[in-house]
Design a protein around this ligand. Structure first.
Ligand SMILES: Cc1cc2nc3c(=O)[nH]c(=O)nc-3n(C[C@H](O)[C@H](O)[C@H](O)COP(=O)(O)O)c2cc1C
Length: 505
């Protein structure tokens, strides 16, 4: 019996070898019959083996093993400390951040949610009817239902509700999964999903209906995102399920194009008119999200704000290192400035024209860690957006499969059998734990520098070490003037009093 079995295998292998030598199109198969066929398996397995066995704690990207471990442990409520001291090369790593602690740190005070309200009132400058102070300096950045599964969106929304953080819908409209109670930032991309006429243009009546039908606290017009600036998108008809069609306001199975630029406006002037129109119709603060390329846009925008009675209420800057569901590699790797360069350039333009105090600044681009978000606050951010870090907190394993619908954890796929594994009851608690832990560590860091609120950290508190035994103050490095990066004195006093009230309650 065994001999027959071995003979069958041998004949099959010989046939395969013959096929490879005579007919295979792949040169490797042809030149190395049978053995060459093992190669694709190793190519496929390579990244997985490296992730689990070979890579060091600080090696992988976008997120290192240490960073992922910190998010997993924090979100699962486990011990997120590391033992034995740092394994980073402090003196040998270029651009290494040092936070300068105070000789007299503040006592550790917090409420049970580690609340950190935003230092500015969003919409106050233009006196929007529904101007408000966001309750959390950390919020979840745009990721649509479509790029993420319904169960993932539900988990994020419920987690944000628990942590009193805002949840950005992404450009795919507002689905039932976004309606579990968290405050929403409704994003309008070039497809105007949820506010779209049949021909794909913006429809103000549909917009008003969509805003009124959900817990929308702010509206974000997406100009671009760091991972694919200047690119539109296509949602193939076969991915347009009934639920996605409903959320986006399109036909079931209809292929949907998001053009690379907006049709509701075509320059800064018409963009500001559009911003004011949306704010007038809803009373809700309206902002823009953008990656940073051509800097003239920001010069012209600030000039227009100063010379006319119109303004955005917030500006969200996305770093070129930002994530996406799917993008051409060259756009992710080479288009748009990385966050710190991008943000500091834009902030300086607003600060030089005395406009920075009036605008709420948000930052995104791998900032969902205590030291990274603190860096953002020092440069002038009022709020930090987290996207992939939120995905990690609900179970993403950085398989980098968001673009082919095969995400093994059910986070970034629409395949029912993969989504089945993601339990929103469990994952929403993890999402909330992650947000609370990030705020907890931010409070601790601020207190260690002798300051009550992370937004009151400024570049003077940071130093950057280079690999030549020198270091530079962040103020100098980013060419900031004294006081830049801070909210107005009035807002500083106000937010310290708000945070003290919360902690004493
Ligand atoms: C799966 C996925 C989907 C995204 N969808 C959107 C989107 O609809 N609109 C948008 O402006 N940005 C989108 N982004 C970008 C994020 O909102 C965020 O700006 C970027 O990933 C940087 O944040 P991070 O480094 O914390 O991930 C998406 C990112 C990911 C990973």
């Amino acid at each position: 019996m065994f001999t027959i079995f071995a003979l069958v295998i041998l004949i099959a292998l010989l046939a395969l070898a013959l096929f490879d030598v005579l007919f295979a199109k792949d040169a490797i198969y042809k030149n190395f019959p049978i053995v060459g066929r093992v190669r694709p398996l190793f190519v496929e397995m390579g990244p997985k083996l490296r992730q689990y066995i070979v890579a060091s704690n600080n090696e992988e990207r976008p997120f290192t093993r240490d960073q992922r471990h910190w998010i997993y442990a924090s979100s699962e409520g486990k011990n997120n400390y590391f033992g034995f001291g740092t394994d980073n090369d402090l003196e040998l790593s270029p651009n290494y951040l040092i936070i300068k602690h105070s000789a007299f740190p503040l006592a550790d005070k917090h409420d049970e949610l580690y609340s950190i309200p935003v230092a500015k009132v969003m919409g106050a400058y233009r006196q929007r009817k529904h101007a408000f102070r966001p309750e959390s300096v950390i919020s979840v950045s745009a990721m649509s239902f479509g790029s993420l599964s319904g169960a993932a969106i539900e988990s994020i929304n419920r987690g944000c509700l628990g942590a009193r953080a805002l949840h950005n819908t992404g450009e795919g409209g507002i689905s039932k999964h976004h309606k579990h109670g968290a405050g929403l930032i409704y994003q309008l991309g070039t497809g105007y999903y949820g506010s779209r006429a049949k021909d794909g243009t913006f429809d103000i009546e549909k917009f008003i209906d969509t805003v009124q039908g959900a817990n929308v606290k702010a509206i974000e017009i997406k100009l671009s995102q760091g991972a694919k600036p200047g690119l539109g998108g296509v949602l193939p008809g076969k991915k347009v399920t009934r639920e996605i069609a409903e959320a986006r306001g399109i036909e079931l199975g209809e292929t949907c194009l998001s053009p690379s630029s907006h049709t509701a406006f075509s320059d800064i002037d018409s963009m500001l008119d559009f911003v004011e129109l949306l704010a007038d119709k809803t009373g809700i603060p309206v902002g823009i999200k953008s990656a940073v390329g051509d800097i003239n846009f920001w010069n012209d925008l600030t000039d227009s704000i100063l010379s006319t009675n119109r303004s955005v209420d917030f500006v969200a800057i996305d770093g070129g290192e930002g994530g996406t569901g799917a993008a051409p590699l060259v756009f992710s790797d080479h288009v748009a400035l990385p966050f710190k360069l991008a943000f500091s350039r834009v902030y300086k333009i607003f600060a030089e024209k005395d406009l920075a105090d009036h605008i709420v600044f948000m930052g995104a681009g791998r900032l969902g860690f205590p030291e990274e978000s603190l860096f953002g606050f020092a440069l002038g951010c009022d709020m930090i957006y987290v996207a992939r870090e939120a995905m990690l907190s609900i179970g993403c394993i950085q398989a980098q499969k968001c673009h082919d619908n095969s995400c093994p954890t059910g986070v970034a796929t629409q395949k029912k059998w993969l989504v089945r594994g993601l339990n929103p009851d469990l994952k929403s608690a993890q999402m909330m734990n992650y947000l609370l832990t990030l705020r907890k560590e931010l409070l601790r860091l601020s207190n260690a520098t002798g300051i009550e609120h992370p937004a009151l950290i400024c570049p003077e508190h940071l130093e950057i070490i280079t690999d030549r035994f020198t270091s530079q103050a962040a103020l100098e490095l980013f060419d900031y003037k004294q006081g830049w990066g801070l909210p107005s004195e009035h807002d500083q006093k106000e937010v310290v009093s708000v945070i003290k009230q919360i902690q004493q309650a």
